[in-house]
Design a protein around this ligand. Sequence first.
Ligand code: H79
Length: 592
Amino acid sequence: MRRFRSFVLVPLLAMTTLVLATAGTSSQDRLTWWRDARFGMFIHWGLYSIPAGEWKGQQVPGIGEWIMNRAKIPVKEYEQLASQFNPVKFNADEWVKTAQEAGQKYMVITAKHHDGFAMFHSKVSKYNVYDATPFHRDVIGELAAACKRHGMPLGFYYSQTQDWHEKDAVGNIWDFDPKHANFDKYLHEKAMPQVRELLTNYGPVALIWFDTPRDITAAQSKELVDLVHKLQPNCLVDGRVGNDAGDYRSTGDNEIPSKRMNYDWEVPATLNDTWGFKKNDSNWKSPQTLIRQLVDIVSKNGNYLLNVGPTSEGLIPQPSVERLQAVGAWLKTNGDAVYAAKPSPFPYEFNWGSITTKENRLFLNVVEWPKDGRFTLYGLQTGVQRASLLARPEDVVTVAKDKTSGTPPVLNLKLPAHAPDPNVSVVAVDLDGPPKANQELIQQPDGSVTLNGQFADLPSGTPIKISNRGITSNWTDPSQKLEWTFEVYRPGRYQVIARTTPVKSAGGWDTAQWSGGDELQASVEGHNVSHTLSDEGKIPDPRNPLYPDVKTTLGEVTLSPGTKRLTVQATKINPETKGGIHLREIELIPMS
Ligand code: H79
């Protein structure tokens, strides 16, 4: 029998390999290294680094690389910047070294942003860094060579729809009349030929990072993807090529989803508020925020593509370098919780930090170190063998196995009284088998219950939309409601808090607005509480510091233990609020 089987199996295996080879490389194959990498460096560098957020003595609001658009600078005027571009301090090896010391495992640089200026020696358009500047060097070529020397995968950002230099592309409506634009002509005569150059002249390319799909058709997205994969079968395509044609999904800029996703995704994120260098943007995220975001993203199955915006001299700003070094130092000790790590067995977020995993191991990435070192986790269904601190393996961590079954299963750890790391401390927990957890929303050991929009039940046919951060929109009809089911263990009195969010306006997040006046009613266990949305203060969401929540207390309720259903209805909707009510979470906070 055995002999017969192997006789059949060998040709079968050979055939499968052949079929796979002829069918070409799949997304799954391309994603192998990328899934393990988890952390990359994004670089936004172009002519916009010269004005650096200022035009004719005026501050231009918004992200730096958008200055041409925001200040409506005519092509003829913006083009002049090229004659000033001479970043003599640019050193590609230094940049790769900075990324490596930060623990970043891939790099993606703007080969052409929306302004249309190519940072490589293009034969397709003279509007490029080699032909049009006194610098007369191929930036992309030098970075590609340095990455090759240091074994660093390199990807190229390419703005495939917007090109404010071209009348046929999308975006420049201050110089050109969009009615006369022939997008397909631009796509075939500039975008695709330049993408071809990038994939032909610079060795193996790890990734092409397209952006702002706008109105690109499914056929056009497919043409781009097919071109990339024809020239380099192993080259990844990001999620913004449009029409779901990429190898993985991209979230919105700086948008970290509020739950574990069961697909491959990446978030592009900034260290301050801009991508391209702006001399007056000093809103730097702290190392703790950056490390917290990194582990949070991995806990939800994502990759973190963290941006630097070099100056017009060719230097990565020192505040960026310092923060990257802090993350790199942390990763030296705690990288096991990040590289090749898998997401949390729980679908939801924790107030204290996040969970990542590897085989039979859990990593508790603790930001809020528990009082007296007493840590409790509910809902883990796999038995625990031992636990230790990645930063101090010699320290004793005691595991209480008193109640790892029952409702809920409880894991108690006795950790050292003080956190071993000032930013994020990692506790490695070895389990009896692969981690399994309760998937339902449950009350947490601190007594709180968090009901994020991503976990809400929506009545079928509802017009309400929920973003990947759990924010409702299109909630303009008072008869609409949201519902959550969750488990309560501790009887008592609870405050019901609504966390709503500002609305991104046409001017972008820098002019984001919050307007209250709507009235929300929450009903749970026979109690109804309601309140007009009023700004009782901002609560920063530590995972997304750019977008603070606005807190409103709806009232107080008494809850008994058991399975609960909470319903939120809009009893009044302020007609002035764009897109209706933007509710992100309902929180229940114990009152004693
Ligand atoms: O490359 C970075 C951004 O330039 C790019 N994506 C990241 C990775 C991006 N392109 N478009 N957007 C982001 C959305 C931009 C929105 C805004 Fe605006 C730009 C808000 C303010 C300036 C457009 C112009 C919307 C309002 C004014």
